[in-house]
Design a protein around this ligand. Structure first.
Ligand code: WT7
Length: 629
């Protein structure tokens, strides 16, 4: 299906960013880019001390925004909303047993102050890194807001990562502190997060761990690990909430670091700012999701990914919204649970990922959706391109052909949404994310590489401990613009069609994985001398991993799977593993991945193979693949 879906009944939309405002804002940015950003920053955020300069470029490509200004994200999320919204529900959380917790802005504010006092009492200072390895929970949100309140820096590691991956991320920030839970509930199973942290301790040397007693029967006094101090998460509740230990931070002080995969084996810790990040988190949420006073907003992401940071926690709270979230998986306790929750809690805005949408499409065949979804008014998608078939299903079945869909393109690096179609402004074109938001300008070069032209405040400032890698990965190009790492086509209306990554990053179910990262894990398996990881398209997951591992015959596929599980986590499990004797290489020794992709797809490799060193390798690989059928 191609075509254009006009914005829905534009007269009745009354969007936060309608045609006129959009026109004026775009003009304003054109006339005075930085003047417009300054004006927005002053209107939207509380500044304890006003900033002096809007933007300054330091040594290329490093820059800063709102210098001289002092602010605090937690203050902007909580205190700023107290006057108008103190009784309003800030977070509504449903746990695996379908039990509900509601915290009003007043209550969340108190808890956050208590937890920040607790952190201070334990000796945590501004600029300390704190690693969070937690289940989706109110406690995790409280911890995030308390950490940024005192100017410490959170490093959230998705609770599906293995002990080794966790340890690597702790080491990279030289963090002394970890906050975890005794366990997480997932699809009726218990995942022992605490145990994983203790394993990670063998490969890192954090000194303190705060444990949230999720199960209700965790006894930390019985735990022991030499040199490690244990603290109860719950103790924060006896702290004073009338005494606030807020730190006023420079706009450029880091708010958090979040690791993501790149082209090399080592994940990149992207460092986000305080002022610029929160400005864009606030504006983009209000513009794109059109948040209104009475909305009930549900973003299904985990806080371990950037979507969970910006659009589950910071963006909606900065706007005084009610954020709804659910602890468990979309098929627990049944495959209709998401629709039941939408019906029961009258969700109005629902933001999820294409891989989930395609899964729902499959499930629906055996589990018809009978729930009343009429509370919904806006749907969103993020993480990978949403194919027109899934788009149409989402639009018709979930949105009942009434709800606009915002297909939002952005990245861990950009901190917030860059490209989408705005519900009061743009028509929707399934398969194309949409246009760049006001203040954001994108272009492509002759190789269809996507860039962002002008500076914008929410871009990650650096890679933790490795500014040279930041320069090389994103900026080392003739255009002196931010290189996104995606390939794209831009049509005559300025709509961007994303075509996937241009680097060795693959996107499995919206999770970004570096091929080099997986390869360096595989070669640790017994008797594996070399490995190549490529991706092939997958109906549900978008892309999926296939592995070619050179072995002397004594390796099993289980050993390779185990190794990946140990080093990264089970979510990186390959779809297929082929054990082989050699990989196709050019005479200069470069692995020809394009050929491996074809072979994995059960296609005879096409195109030029004249640079191939030994063409017999291809036949041998085709044999291996055939045998696996
Ligand atoms: C990569 C960034 C942004 C939060 C989730 C992923 C791909 C993301 C879209 C979209 C096409 C998309 C890109 C991007 N991507 N959203 N709407 N259409 N592709 O964040 O893990 O940093 O991954 O995800 O390839 O570069 P991330």
């Amino acid at each position: 299906m191609t075509g254009i879906y006009p914005k829905i009944n534009p007269q009745s939309i009354n969007a936060n960013l309608g045609l006129k405002q959009h026109f004026d804002l775009t003009k304003s940015f054109e006339n005075d880019h930085f003047g417009t950003w300054s004006k927005l920053a002053r209107e939207e955020l509380f500044w304890h001390k006003d900033f002096e300069t809007c933007f300054s470029q330091k040594e290329y490509p490093f820059f800063s925004w709102f210098e001289g200004g002092k602010t605090n994200i937690s203050y902007n999320c909580l205190d700023k909303n107290l006057e108008k919204n103190s009784q309003k529900t800030a977070i509504q959380f449903i746990n695996s047993n379908q039990e509900e917790t509601n915290l009003s802005y007043r209550e969340l504010h108190q808890r956050v102050i208590q937890f920040s006092n607790y952190l201070k009492k334990l000796g945590i200072k501004k600029r300390d890194f704190i690693c969070l390895y937690m289940p989706l929970s109110c406690e995790a949100v409280i911890a995030m807001l308390a950490i940024v309140r005192i100017g410490a820096i959170h490093n959230i590691v998705f609770a599906g990562f293995s002990a080794t991956a966790l340890a690597e991320r702790i080491r990279d920030t030289k963090s002394d502190w970890v906050i975890t839970a005794d366990l997480a509930y997932r699809k009726g199973k218990e995942l022992s997060l605490l145990e994983t942290c203790l394993e990670a301790r063998d490969e890192s040397d954090f000194k303190n761990i705060i444990v949230y007693n999720r199960s209700g029967n965790c006894e930390i006094s019985s735990l022991e690990k030499s040199g490690l101090k244990f603290y109860k998460f719950e103790n924060y509740l006896s702290e004073d909430f009338t005494k606030d230990s807020i730190e006023w931070l420079d706009a450029e002080d880091p708010s958090f670091v979040l690791y993501t995969s790149g082209s090399t084996g080592k994940p990149k810790g992207l460092v986000h700012s305080t002022g610029g990040y929160s400005l864009w988190a606030k504006l983009s949420t209000r513009w794109v999701f059109d948040l209104k006073e009475n909305d009930k907003y549900w973003c299904t992401a985990d806080i371990g990914w950037i979507t969970g940071h910006t659009y589950l926690v910071y963006g909606p709270l900065l706007n005084g919204a009610t954020c709804f979230f659910y602890e468990d998986a979309p098929d627990f306790p049944n495959k209709n649970i998401f629709w039941q929750l939408i019906e029961k809690y009258k969700i109005t805005i629902f933001y999820t990922a294409p891989t989930a949408i395609r899964t729902f499409m499959q499930w629906q065949k055996d589990h018809p959706i009978t729930q009343d979804l009429s509370s919904l008014r806006l749907l969103g998608s993020v993480g990978e391109p949403i194919n027109p078939k899934a788009w149409k299903w989402f639009y018709e079945v979930i949105g009942n052909s009434r709800c606009p869909i915002v297909d939002t393109w952005w990245q861990t690096e950009t901190g917030g949404i860059m490209i989408t179609s705005l519900i009061g402004v743009d028509d929707m074109k399934p398969g194309k994310a949409g246009r760049a938001l006001p203040g954001i300008e994108v272009f492509t070069d002759t190789d269809n590489k996507l860039y962002i032209k002008k500076p914008f405040p929410s871009l990650a400032r650096t890679i933790n401990g490795n500014p040279a890698r930041y320069l090389n990965a994103y900026w080392n190009n003739e255009h002196k613009a931010y290189l996104a790492g995606d390939s794209a086509l831009i049509d005559e209306d300025g709509y961007v069609e994303l075509q996937g990554r241009i680097d060795d990053v693959i996107n499995v179910s919206g999770h970004r994985l570096g091929t080099a990262e997986i390869e360096s894990s595989i070669i640790k398996a017994p008797h594996v001398s070399e490995a190549a990881v490529v991706s092939i398209p997958h109906e549900i997951k978008g892309e999926t991993i296939i592995v070619f591992a050179v072995t002397n015959g004594a390796t099993t596929k289980d050993e390779i799977n185990e190794q990946i599980k140990d080093d990264i986590g089970s979510f990186a499990k390959p779809e297929e593993i082929f054990l082989c004797k050699a990989l196709p290489k050019t005479r200069s020794g470069k692995i020809m991945r394009r050929l491996l992709k074809d072979i994995g797809l059960r296609k005879f490799p096409e195109g030029d193979i004249s640079t191939l060193e030994d063409s017999k390798v291809i036949e041998a690989l085709i044999e291996v693949v055939k045998q696996q059928l």
